[in-house]
Design a protein around this ligand. Structure first.
Ligand code: 4AD
Ligand code: MG
Length: 482
């Protein structure tokens, strides 16, 4: 049997008019013992089912409650009421799953606004709300658009390992992977942990980035990208950090920094454009929610544009491209800095930028997405290409309004000796990365790439504020329940 989703029926209803169809879904509301709002997840929109209660058993009607699940067969007719073009006149109703939780129904499932934190603890309900339904449908479409973009541009999708021996960022924020019995860890004669006896015969961790492996692939396949989970044991309890997040990392042979920035800009615009085109119902809902949320904020914190308007504007304008040194000048001379309003004052060239600085540049100064490039080498990773000034590296960060850093990337140091020198200065052990060093020994070429934090992009396109609310099962410090 062909099964129609509610989306099929609402979008192509002319085809179904005056036919009997079967739909299945969850009850969102049951009004006047007569109108069921049914939702099956295929769309944010509900299908209205009209029940002539005289034709149905008391027993069945009793179980039609918010959250219970039904299979309904009936005729598709044009709707008399406002708000929908089509409805179903129920002929047969089967209760698939009762809602036993009367109390729960009263407290959590009532169509009132639930606190997003409460819903984070209610895995099963979260997916049933309009808000999270919209967010996760959009998330899925974004992932598809990402693959589509790269596929159309002749990139190959490669899968880099989740378990690795490498610390790609050299920042030491790794979750260790072991199958040692932690109560009986073997030691060598000199008292060190004997990793040779561990599962992989060496110390291993969950990946913080697939970049180094992607670089080896780009050295043969030319244009590649990874798209997978990455893990960071940084103790940042913010609305923008997760311990487990999804990263997209293109890596392109023969690209320089400017090519890399162009790629990042085209990529983001494509994906945002795709969402505008293909997630209209969900975006309309999110746009309304965003506007309502703005009203609850003090005037000066309110967004200047609506959500959809913001997305449309981002794809129209060229991103601002500003060097770190120029940005630093702007920040140093800003009223905020002079009046001591930054939590981290700008002390001079070389200062690492905090998210308050990034957001000042994007939201106050330029009022546009900004790409910062050519950062001081000391504050960036070892693999970034040293510029001629010997002080900066060919790094780039894309900063977005309301988010801050959404992409981080660079042209890579392809010159073996310069890379070795850099690693020594930054205490990255060359022997640990022997396989990576090999890429610089056998036909090394200029190349560049970047990493996009998927959840930060989802925050941007959905207008949500907490990164925990755009990933189905957030992992954050002290939180990995299910
Ligand atoms: O700037 P990052 O650390 O860069 C890298 O990992 C490079 N190896 C990428 C590359 O060049 N291939 O991380 C890249 C992006 C950030 O811009 C941010 O969007 C996201 O990943 N990100 C996080 N997202 C959520 N939670 C965290 N803890 C994140 N850390 C980074
Ligand atoms: Mg970064």
């Amino acid at each position: 049997m062909e099964k129609q989703t509610i989306k099929d029926i609402l979008e192509g209803y002319k085809k179904y008019l005056h036919h009997d169809i079967t739909v299945q879904g969850w009850v969102r509301a049951f009004r006047s013992n007569r109108f069921i709002a049914l939702n099956d997840g295929s769309s944010i929109l509900n299908l209205q089912v009209v029940v002539d209660f005289e034709k149905f058993d008391e027993e069945i009607l009793k179980h039609i409650k918010t959250a219970s699940s039904l299979r309904i067969t009936g005729e598709v007719v044009e709707s008399q009421g406002a708000g929908q073009s089509v409805e179903i006149i129920a002929r047969k109703i089967q209760i698939l799953g009762e809602n036993f939780a009367d109390e729960l129904e009263k407290t959590v499932l009532q169509p009132k606004k639930h606190s997003l934190e409460v819903l984070r603890d209610q895995a099963h309900l979260r997916f049933r709300t309009n808000l999270f339904g919209a967010v996760f449908r959009v998330r899925s479409k974004v992932s598809f658009a990402i693959h589509q973009f790269f596929n159309q541009n002749q990139f190959y999708y490669i899968n880099t390992p989740v378990i690795t021996g490498a610390d790609a960022e050299g920042a030491g924020e790794m979750f260790q992977v072991t199958n040692f019995d932690l109560n009986h860890i073997p030691h060598t004669e000199d008292g060190a942990i004997d990793y040779e006896q561990d599962f992989f015969g060496r110390k291993t961790n969950l990946t913080v980035s697939g970049q180094l492996e992607a670089e080896t692939a780009a050295m043969g396949l030319g244009r590649v990208y990874t798209f997978g989970p990455t893990f960071r044991a940084e103790n940042s309890n913010t609305t923008r950090h997760l311990a487990e997040f999804w990263m997209v990392e293109p890596e392109v042979a023969f690209n320089n920094l400017e090519d890399n920035i162009d790629l990042a800009e085209n990529f983001l615009k494509y994906v945002i454009g795709y969402v505008l085109e293909n997630c209209k119902d969900d975006l309309a809902f999110l746009d309304k929610r965003f506007a309502e949320e703005q009203k609850t904020k003090p005037e000066r914190e309110r967004a200047k544009e609506g959500l959809i308007e913001k997305l449309e504007n981002v794809i129209k304008k060229r991103f601002m491209r500003v060097s770190y040194s120029e940005a630093l000048e702007i920040l140093m001379n800003s009223k905020e800095n002079k009046k001591g309003k930054f939590q981290f004052p700008i002390e001079g060239w070389g200062t690492d930028l905090q998210s308050e600085h990034e957001r000042y540049l994007v939201e106050k100064h330029f009022e546009s997405p900004v790409v910062l490039f050519d950062y001081p080498k000391e504050i960036k990773a070892f693999y970034m290409r040293l510029n001629e000034d010997q002080k900066t590296v060919a790094a780039m960060d894309v900063l977005f309004p309301g988010i801050g850093e959404i992409i981080g990337g660079s042209q890579r140091e392809e010159r073996l000796e310069v890379l070795q020198q850099k690693m020594q200065e930054m205490h990255v052990d060359e022997r640990e990365l022997w396989w990576y060093m090999d890429t610089r020994k056998f036909g090394s070429v200029p190349h560049a790439g970047f990493g996009l934090g998927l959840e930060r992009l989802i925050l941007f396109v959905t207008g949500m504020t907490n990164i925990r609310d755009v990933i189905p099962f957030p992992r954050t410090p002290k939180n990995a329940e299910f």
